[in-house]
Design a protein around this ligand. Sequence first.
Ligand code: GLV
Ligand code: MN
Ligand code: MN
Length: 422
Amino acid sequence: MSALDAWVDELGLIGGNGNVVNRFAWTPELLGACRWLVERLRELGLKADIDAAGNVIGRWEVDGANIDDGAAVLVGSHLDTVPDGGRFDGALGVLSALEAIRRLKAEGFAPRRPLWIAAFNDEEGTRFGTSMFGSTAFVGGDLTSLGDRKGVDGVRLTEAMREQGFDFAEVATAKAVDSVCCYLELHIEQGPRMQNQALDTAVVTSIVGIGGYRVVLRGQTNHAGTTPMTERRDALTGASRVVLALRDAALTAEDVTANVGRIEVRPGGTNVIPGEAVIFVDVRTANPETFTTLGDLVRDTVTAAASAEKLTAEISMSYEHQPVPMNGYLQTLLADEMASQRLAWASLSSGAGHDAQILAQHVPTGMLFVPSQSGISHAPDEFTPPEQREPGVSVLTNVLKTLLLADKIAVPDNSAQTTVHP
Ligand code: GLV
Ligand code: MN
Ligand code: MN
């Protein structure tokens, strides 16, 4: 078994049960995975630590670097998961980067600039809705408004960090993007296109824009049997209207997805009319113009549903990540490498969010995909077999070599912004 395949199995045991993996921000499971990675990096001779934002940062420094800017090439992904997630989303990117470093060390490669590896904290935002927390801290984004946010377990973010030995007040010290000249991320595709087209690898052209909203609908808690059907103010009925209306809006719009993946119903008795429903909405589009209309789509839909069911509604934004193109120069480097290895490859957009969309707003950023079996991800069935891991690692390793020997990396060709909401 290759080192990479052994690492996939080993890492999958941390927070894992069979193919089901649960690793969330500021939990012993995710921190266990981070510490495991720190050990692997140190074994390879890198300096490695967990920063104040919970990111693992490994550094292969170069003595007497003969490049003017001395900036590092950064490669990585994330180790946290969705609830009952799989073993590959994020993890395969981190482990492929680790494997690329192992190969470079093994062949005695001498970089002309530093090589850093990152496992960014909380890409998914599963526990607190604070998606891209670690990469946002890495680029110097202002996260101060998030400290009071409560997780799914009712614990405040500041408290959750303290329980694991971290200090929310220190998060800003994780900013390190100024020492980096470019970012590369390998990821599973998370959709069916590569399998359908029998592709080995893909160059990512752009990453979708994402809006996340928390909607609270309030009506009147009352008796299930004695309240006439015409006189109810049922919050869950209102929530159901929102779910269906968003689905219909996304079906008729071009290039829009809408998802409600979590609903909390209170008080939660079979014989009680639900007085409150909290729903968590995720809307996406790759089109920058359409992206500016998604907030209104959610607000109008919620207002109409609330009015039809005589409810009150409160809407707050949990996260917003702009659609971004990937750097043109890095797309070309990746494509040329795939072509020279005679791989079956194509250029594809990403419907999933990635730390790369945060980094892309600051440094030239490129991504490559490897296939997801049956297009499944964010689920325990997510799988990329060993023979489909190798082409991605091989491309990543060679492109890293090129970048590590380059005098200058092309300037960013995009300028999108990321907004963090309390
Ligand atoms: C991250 O995986 C996302 O697309 O939400
Ligand atoms: Mn994911
Ligand atoms: Mn991911």
